[in-house]
Design a binder for this molecule. Structure first.
Ligand SMILES: C[S@@+](CC[C@H](N)C(=O)[O-])C[C@H]1O[C@@H](n2cnc3c(N)ncnc32)[C@H](O)[C@@H]1O
Length: 247
């Protein structure tokens, strides 16, 4: 399977904080209908959620709100938050004045009561954090028992494929430079091996029920024939998806 990452333009020399405010419009525009977000990461999460009619859902790190919108369209009652005020502003524009949106950090206590949600979505956000202990505990707290955390992160194997000399088994900070619709960005991630993820889930009170490496959404092959040419199934390495049950 080939590996595909988010419009990567090479490794950055200097690690800079993930300042989504500074490239929010570019990120939102570029990823709306691109392969790895529009036709892969987002539909995969929405598919994993299944029938969400009437479910109370929290979209943690909601960005400009595309997953929030898809879940709401499917009948869920959605609340979203993001650390970037600019991203929340874009989400507000997309979702309307009545949408439940706030600026909050997934690494801090969240302003929701215990057991407030049936499901939490955390799409492509936890890989920015070194320590998952507090955020996973907080997401577990706001879920009902039996509720689901549906999440995605950078596939840990991609780090090893791109950085051949790196230690797959270490928790390692690394940065990449991107251009999102003409706006330069540096994203700084924390790689960790797969077992460190599943250990953290168990420690926080989650049972791993699904680990998914899905193909892209229908229509992707026709729209992105060159990118998908080498894969017989259409699947490629980029992100890893989990469904976890709050026990
Ligand atoms: C790659 S984007 C994904 C957006 C959206 N979840 C999606 O899949 O389209 C990552 C988002 O996580 C947000 N983010 C990064 N660190 C965060 C944190 N500590 N707490 C909350 N949001 C965070 C960023 O501002 C950005 O909007």
């Amino acid at each position: 399977m080939p590996a595909i990452s988010e419009s990567s333009a090479g490794a950055a020399d200097v690690a800079v904080e993930n300042d989504y405010d500074s490239f929010a419009e570019g990120y939102a525009a570029e990823t709306e209908t691109n392969l790895i977000n529009g036709y892969y990461a987002r539909p995969a999460v929405v598919d994993l959620a299944g029938d969400v009619t009437g479910r109370k859902m929290l979209d943690a790190g909601c960005g400009s709100g595309p997953i929030f919108e898809a879940l709401r369209d499917r009948g869920a009652i959605v609340t979203g938050f993001d650390a970037s005020a600019k991203m929340v502003e874009l989400a507000r524009h997309r979702l309307g004045a009545d949408a439940a949106l706030l600026v909050a950090d997934i690494g801090s206590p969240l302003p929701f009561s215990d057991g407030a949600f049936d499901d939490v979505i955390a799409s492509l956000v936890l890989h920015y954090l070194e320590d998952w202990t507090a955020p996973l505990a907080e997401l577990r707290r706001v879920l009902k028992p039996g509720g689901r955390l549906i999440m995605s992160v950078n596939h840990p194997l991609v780090f090893k494929l791109l950085h051949r000399d790196a230690d797959y088994f270490a928790t390692v900070k690394h940065s990449d430079e991107y251009t999102f619709n003409g706006q330069k960005a540096v994203l700084t991630y924390w790689h960790r091996p797969l077992h460190a993820m599943t250990d953290a889930f168990a420690m926080a009170g989650f049972r791993t029920t699904v680990i998914s490496e899905p193909p892209p959404a229908p229509g992707a092959r026709e729209l992105f024939p060159d990118a998908l040419a080498k894969s017989s199934s259409g699947a490629f390495l980029s992100f890893l998806f989990f469904v976890l049950e709050a026990v």
